[in-house]
Design a protein around this ligand. Structure first.
Ligand SMILES: Cc1ncc(COP(=O)(O)O)c(C=O)c1O
Length: 309
């Protein structure tokens, strides 16, 4: 069953807090007509010292970069957006939650030149549990290789998190679910492994952590970067390389990383078991160290947490 969004009370809009129900757009806004909305997905964890936002700086930097790619000049500074995220969580009395900043083109232009459509900035936040199901983090998920590909480089700029790009991701996700899988791994246009519908991917082969190179088709994920850092801290051998579809079937371990999915083991691909068909030891160790820092249960040596209060 699809999870329905559980609303909260307030949404930040261009410096003001407005009621959740009042955060509406005109039907003919450019964001609705053409998907021109740059967004982020950020998690806030309710740790022992209160709620703290994970890698807020990196997410806001990527949001500003998405805007730059789409020639949108953001109306607010990073400092303002940082404060908006923190204030929003506390005003909504949220603990563990998901934060969604959006910079979009509103109502004005009729056609494809969006210049007459004002740039509007919103931040929403709501309670959201595990993305791929409660048991997925421990037991892993069954995935397929999608029949859809990621867009070719220099078509949709994949380093921009733009709403319109996620029609491709929805095709991938819906096909996987209809066929009885939790998720899908998507190949790039040349047939090389790219990423999941909204996750990056890692493999483990003979004790080496393999991270698929971005190849201009995968998002430079912030969780991916965190896992590369934690793997370095743990002294793991790490290799960035091109990954072929068949490498997925013969990997010892496979896992997804993403803000929503956190670190989710993959136990089969196209019904072929990955390794022993359950979460592997390197996956579980990286997941443990990642979640311990994110949840404020371990030291934060890289300064990844921004306390809300
Ligand atoms: C297409 C895609 N790939 C990967 C990711 C993972 O990125 P991050 O770890 O920054 O959430 C996301 C989520 O934002 C995504 O949408």
């Amino acid at each position: 069953m699809a999870t329905r969004l559980e609303g909260s009370k307030w949404i930040w809009k261009d410096g003001d807090f407005i009621a959740w129900e009042d955060a509406t757009l005109h039907l003919l806004s450019t964001a609705v007509q053409f998907g021109t909305s740059m967004f982020e997905g950020i998690r806030c964890y309710n740790g022992p010292s209160g709620p703290a936002i994970f890698r807020l700086d990196s997410h806001l930097e990527r949001l500003i970069h998405s805007c730059k790619i789409y020639r949108m000049v953001p109306a607010h500074s990073t400092e303002t957006l940082t404060q908006a995220c923190k204030d929003l969580v506390s005003r909504n009395e949220l603990g563990d939650c998901y934060i969604r900043p959006m910079v979009l083109r509103g109502y004005g232009s009729a056609g494809l030149d969006p210049a007459a459509s004002p740039i509007e900035t919103y931040v929403a936040a709501w309670n959201w549990g595990t993305y791929l199901g409660e048991e997925a983090l421990e037991e892993g998920v069954d995935v397929c290789v999608s029949s859809w590909n990621r867009p070719a480089p220099n078509t949709f700029p994949v380093q921009a998190k733009a709403a319109g790009h996620y029609n491709n991701a929805q095709l991938v996700k819906m096909e996987a679910l209809v066929n009885g899988y939790a998720e899908a791994i998507v190949l790039g246009p040349s047939g090389i492994v790219s990423e999941g519908s909204g996750q990056n991917l890692f493999l483990v082969r003979r004790g080496v952590l393999i991270c698929p190179a971005l190849e201009g088709t995968a998002l430079r994920g912030i969780t991916r970067d965190a896992i590369l850092t934690l793997a370095g801290d743990a002294g793991l051998e790490v290799c960035l390389e091109s990954v072929a579809r068949e490498d997925l079937y013969t990997a010892d371990e496979l896992f997804f990383t993403g803000t929503a999915s956190e670190v989710t083991p993959i136990r089969s691909v196209d019904r072929i078991p990955v390794g022993k068909g359950k979460a592997g030891p390197i996956t579980l160790e990286l997941q443990r160290s990642f979640l311990a820092i994110a949840k404020g249960e371990a030291e934060d040596p890289h300064g990844w947490l921004t306390p809300v209060n």
